[in-house]
Design a protein around this ligand. Structure first.
Ligand code: FCB
Length: 453
């Protein structure tokens, strides 16, 4: 009998594997106060946005996504996506508009918003500092002065006392390495410069503040978990030259490891500093990993010490809008492996891309989540994934040019449109898996990558 026809059709059939995620996996999106709330009149970013030339197209946060008045409408959308978690941040300038004076109405509004997250079946993850400072703190030198530490602890205490019973996952400071680089070295965030030494002083103050707030939250909210949040950029040498190799390793170490290693060990290494910070060692219950992109690094004497590093994107890179970054899904796996070395549970606390017409985001979601899935298969305890972001929002120095939302926003009318990627994310979150049908329907260009024949 000739069985060859049957055999051929089996060979041609696409293996319809399914990528299952653990049943208790947290699925959510991430936002930050200033980027979504609107009318944060009293912080350093608001003042910065009023200066011409600071923001692309002179964009301003303005009403942003109007969350201060109606976060609930977007939280409904998050719940419709089948999310069981949401990451948000508290705006310090609202809670403490003048030094030592706390605004009880603002605190109760945050309690209302966080309760609204919970009521929709979502676990809140709360960040206390996400790039912005009260204007009064900025006038006192913000993070460059050691007095910031006690001020931050005072603010954190009031927040923890107000919402602590509703929150189990805390991040004291979002992406400290991004903040100090952008504020003091690249001068794209306020105060717009200061230099590398000031950046390192600010980073040390952030470490002190992190340590104190870690213990404070454990005292006030027993049983909750407090983590770090790091933006891990994959860095590779641009060529095989020894100098490029050195420049890439050096920048990678300073940018990607220094802060987290200090938190793990309590010890500072140059150029961050020397000696120990009391109470800092081991102050991470989880590693919050933000992953976006990969960069190539080459040695250049034209760049300032201690880096001598120029960053660029690979010439073959598939880029997202506005040349924001390379779309490099394998980097997600590499980044998770590095985070896992800290021997703590890992949450993906942000991952996304600017994509106004949404032609890349469905494939991005699928290929990046597949790498998260792979890491879990290797027994790395990845506990959740928060996509940046739920809705288009005010993207710092890039203003409204970059659109990161699963939901599109017309910032002049406040009208929302669910993007296809939002529909896809909803399907994935509700099912807790990625299957062949989803890939086929939403991102057929990734079929070969996911289901190799
Ligand atoms: C994150 C930042 C967030 C936003 C996204 C694109 O890492 O924390 O505020 O800028 O990048």
């Amino acid at each position: 009998m000739d069985n060859r026809r049957g055999l051929e059709s089996t060979e041609k059939r696409v293996p319809k594997a399914t990528f299952f995620f653990p049943p208790d996996f947290l699925w959510g999106t991430a936002t930050s106060g200033h980027q979504v709330e609107g009318n944060n009149l009293n912080n350093d970013w608001w003042a910065w946005e009023q200066q011409r030339g600071r923001i692309q197209n002179d964009g301003r946060s303005g009403l942003a996504c109007n969350w201060w008045e109606n976060a609930e409408a977007d939280l409904d959308r998050a719940a419709q996506l089948g999310n069981n978690a949401h990451r948000l941040s508290i705006e310090w300038s609202r809670v403490e508009p003048e030094p030592g004076r706390f605004d009880l109405d603002a605190l109760s509004r945050y309690r209302q918003i966080i309760a609204a997250v919970r009521r929709r079946g979502m676990e809140p993850m709360v960040t206390l500092h996400h790039f912005t400072n009260p204007q009064w703190l900025a006038e006192r030198g913000a993070w460059s002065r050691t007095t910031v530490v006690e001020a931050f602890v005072g603010y954190a205490r009031r927040v923890a006392e107000t919402v602590g019973d509703l929150v189990g996952l805390w991040i004291p400071i979002n992406e400290p390495e991004v903040y100090v680089a952008m504020a003091y070295v690249e001068a794209k965030f306020p105060p717009g410069g200061g230099g590398f030494r000031v950046a390192m002083a600010a980073a040390r103050n952030m470490l002190q503040a992190h340590a104190k707030v870690y213990h404070l939250i454990h005292d006030l909210c027993p049983g909750s978990a407090v983590g770090i949040c790091h933006n891990l950029r994959i860095m590779e040498p641009k060529s095989k030259s020894l100098l490029d190799g050195w420049a890439a390793r050096n920048l990678d170490h300073i940018y990607n490891d220094q802060f987290a290693q200090a938190v793990l060990t309590g010890r500072l290494r140059r150029p961050l500093g020397r000696g120990r910070i009391r109470g800092l060692a081991g102050t991470l219950d989880f590693y919050g990993l933000n992953y976006y992109t990969r960069e190539m690094v080459n040695f250049s004497l034209a760049e300032p010490p201690p880096f001598f590093a120029r960053r660029s994107f690979s010439p073959e890179a598939v880029m997202s809008d506005n040349r924001y970054g390379e779309i490099f899904p394998r980097g997600m796996f590499q980044a998770i492996k590095r985070a896992a070395a800290y021997r703590r549970p890992v949450y993906i606390t942000a991952n996304g891309l600017p994509d106004a017409d949404d032609d890349q985001r469905p494939g991005f979601l699928i290929t990046h989540l597949r790498q998260v899935w792979s890491a879990i298969q290797f027994n790395i305890p990845v506990k959740g994934y928060f996509h940046w972001s739920l809705v288009d929002n005010f993207e710092w120095d890039r203003g409204w040019v970059e659109r990161f939302g699963l939901v599109g926003l017309d910032s002049t009318t406040q009208e929302r449109t669910m993007r296809r990627s939002g529909e896809l994310f909803g399907r994935i979150c509700r099912a807790g898996r990625i299957d062949w049908e989803m890939v086929h329907e939403f991102a057929p260009e990734t079929l070969d990558e996911l289901f190799p024949q």
